[in-house]
Design a binder for this molecule. Structure first.
Ligand code: ADP
Ligand code: MG
Ligand code: ZN
Length: 476
């Protein structure tokens, strides 16, 4: 029997506010343990939480960017459980009345297929602290700095059908969060976390199978491999005549497998109830409109504009708009240069290749957009060839010098003087009589050889169009 995977993701994303969700403590990362704490986030008796307005606005931004409808009157609830990093004995979250519901994001798979993934809900909640286990001694310590850091949880509909779709969905969410400037979206550092719910069902049938929930997926790669593993595991269970049980499983990236953490019987009963310390959150249309006005251009819209405004292939637009800073870099260059496709080729090929090799982000690029634009202008105005430009680029990276300076210092200006090139062309033709004969007999591939010889003689400085034109004329 053929099975179809059904996947729904729960994503927690830390919001980049300066202060925590219910108190004025700093959310700054990396401070000494327990220095960003106060009676509120330490859960002292009798204290009162006060909702941070910026958290609400950030959640609204994400809600609007993902086409959710915003709940006019949402509520905070207490989710009760005991854990050492949760000093109150409950987490303040939203339960029955989340701030937003019924949205979607569009994803594009590697083969170009587009798909819409539904968003069930987005709600706000507070993060817990961090336990620090000392491997040298039988003690654990707790750091409450993270306690009360604002989170949004984004719950997807079970619309995802493969590990690849899960990866594309997560990347799209992260890209939107970053465009909105509300979250770092950094999975490795834990500011963007994902739990995956996975089940399988016979292909062509409606009812969902029993799901397992995968936790501890702290990289895009782990999400995809954990889901792939889980699909295989469930298929094997069913093929064996067994039944999938509802459980929570932990991904072990070292062993490349998951193991059961707890079953349904051990699942928590959180005894949610409305938090009596917090009034209902009322959001009116004027507030929604104001937040909507402040939204930046989002990745999808920007991608479409890159196609229409710069006539880029969809593939280029997809890559260039994947991060806001990369798209900005491209546009800075494209404004200064005539041919946007030339910019796109250089940014996607040479520049991204360099950044990848050096492990740098676009913000850390050793070549700023203005400098790359100067270099590309030299190509467009025929001062240097594209090939020489690669050499100049490497030198720009190494020395930080302006392209014009490098071209002058190294004498790299392109030769466009036809008579000077013609002399070299004649010389190459007379030095290679047997190749000329073969070419004339129909071996068209030899044109590359002649061009190469001329380029070698001119140290790559001859204008390639003129070289081609002259060779074509003389070898007829
Ligand atoms: P819980 O809060 O107990 O985890 P939810 O109903 O909120 O349960 O569902 C959490 C996630 O699980 C959602 O993303 C949803 O799409 C997904 N989900 C629900 N049922 C299934 C299923 N049978 N197979 C795969 N995913 C599922
Ligand atoms: Mg869950
Ligand atoms: Zn505090």
């Amino acid at each position: 029997m053929e099975f179809e995977p059904v996947i729904g993701l729960e994503v927690h994303s830390q919001l980049k506010t300066h202060t925590k969700i219910f108190c004025a403590c700093s959310t700054e990362f990396g401070a000494d343990p327990n220095t960003h704490v106060c009676p509120v986030c330490l859960g002292m008796p009798g204290v009162l939480p006060v909702l941070n307005k910026t958290v609400v606005e950030y959640a609204m931004r994400m809600a609007l960017a993902t086409h959710c409808s915003i709940t006019k009157e949402s509520r905070f609830a207490r989710k009760n459980y005991f854990y050492p990093d949760l000093p109150k004995g409950y987490q303040i979250s939203q339960y029955e009345f989340p701030i937003a519901e019924h949205g979607h994001v569009n994803i594009v798979l590697e083969d170009g297929t587009a798909k819409r993934i539904g968003i069930t809900r987005i709600h706000m909640e507070e993060d817990a602290g961090k336990l620090m286990h000392d491997p040298a001694r039988p003690v654990s310590r707790v750091d409450y700095n993270r306690t009360g850091t604002p989170l949004i949880e984004i719950v997807s509909e079970p619309d995802i059908r493969s590990p690849e779709e899960a990866g594309a969905y997560l990347r799209q969410l992260r890209s939107i969060l970053r465009y909105l400037g509300i979250s770092d979206g950094n999975m490795e550092e834990g500011s963007f976390r994902c739990d995956a719910n996975v089940s399988i069902r016979p292909k062509g049938t409606e009812p969902f199978g029993t799901r397992a929930e995968l936790k501890n997926l702290n990289s895009f790669k782990y999400v995809e491999s954990a889901i792939a593993y889980e699909i295989k595991r469930q298929k094997a269970v069913l093929a064996d005549g067994g039944a999938v049980v509802q459980e929570t499983r932990l991904w072990d990236s070292a062993k490349n497998r998951s193991h059961s953490m707890r079953g349904k019987e051990e699942a928590h009963d959180y005894r949610y109830f409305p938090d009596p310390d917090l009034v209902p959150l009322v959001i009116d249309d004027a507030w929604i409109d104001a937040v909507r006005q402040g939204l930046p251009e989002l990745p999808e819209a920007r991608k479409e504009r890159f196609v229409s405004e710069y006539a880029l292939p969809l593939y280029d637009a997809e890559i260039l708009t994947s991060a806001r800073e990369l798209a900005d870099y491209f546009e800075d260059c494209a404004r200064a240069v005539k041919n946007p496709k030339l910019v796109s080729n250089w940014v996607m090929g040479t520049l991204l290749g360099l950044l990848k090799a050096e492990g740098k982000t676009i913000e850390q690029s050793p070549v700023p957009s203005s400098r790359l634009a100067e270099l590309l202008l030299l190509i467009e105005t025929s001062v240097i060839s594209g090939k020489i430009a690669k050499t100049v680029f490497d030198e720009m990276v190494a020395s930080g010098k302006a392209p014009k300076v490098i071209v002058e210092e190294k004498g790299l200006v392109q030769v466009t003087d036809e008579s000077a090139i013609e002399a070299v062309v004649d010389q190459v033709i007379s030095a290679n009589p047997s190749e000329v004969e073969k070419f004339k007999a129909g071996n068209a591939k030899l044109m590359g050889f002649f061009v190469g010889q001329v380029m070698r003689e001119t140290k790559g400085k001859a204008n390639p169009q003129i070289v081609n034109k002259l060779l074509n004329g003389k070898l007829k």
